[in-house]
Design a protein around this ligand. Sequence first.
Ligand code: IPE
Ligand code: IPE
Ligand code: MG
Length: 234
Amino acid sequence: MAVPAHVAIIMDGNGRWAASRGLPRVAGHREGARAVRRAVEAAIRSGVSWLTIYAFSSENWRRPLGEVLDLTGLLRRYLRTEIAELKANGVRLRFIGDRTRFDRDIQGDLAAAEHDTQRNIRLNLTIALSYGGRAEIAAAARAVVAAALAGQLDPAKLCEEVFEGFLATAGTPDPDLIIRTSGEQRLSNFLLWQSAYAELVFLDVLWPDFNETHFAAALSTYAARERRFGARTG
Ligand code: IPE
Ligand code: IPE
Ligand code: MG
């Protein structure tokens, strides 16, 4: 069975999970953080080398302040409680997105987590936080222009490969498989450049209920797909 090297997940449905139980939305987010642990374990056991998870979009700042505070509070707690275990499991952590929008202490924890896990090689885990694909591409374009104006880059030599080097995901292979939970069928500004040839799998499970069986089901759907990358086969 073809195992994707890079799986990316749009973790959606926390609010609906809570609502269906008559609980506040924060209860869904709390349970969603537990599902992240199951996804990481499933990725390691399946032999996936890269896992990218969409935890908070640049647009999610538009949610009511109370929910934003709940989410940043959970992030703070996750960073303080999970890092040791991720480190012990050989997980290398990276974060993409505009981290300057988070409180200083969180920014410090993000940098420390990246630093403390930089030698790990079992699983590359990227967490997208305050991330938006368009913002990422615009930031890369700004950096390209600055490099060109500084005389460090010849605009005539700007090809796809060079441009990729300016994205937040530089050095990361493109996702082979993107999974979205909760039944919604859209990318919501996730990895727009990188998803050009990703296989998309939409699961009818709410993120807090996500487990290893769902992960395995998505991998077998992926294995049954024929990837052509524009080239004709047969
Ligand atoms: C995903 O769950 C978590 C975040 C986007 C932060 P939602 O909070 O979007 O849950 P639904 O889509 O309202 O059910
Ligand atoms: C996408 O989910 C962002 C994350 C999963 C972090 P949303 O719930 O924010 O997306 P929309 O609003 O349904 O498109
Ligand atoms: Mg949602």
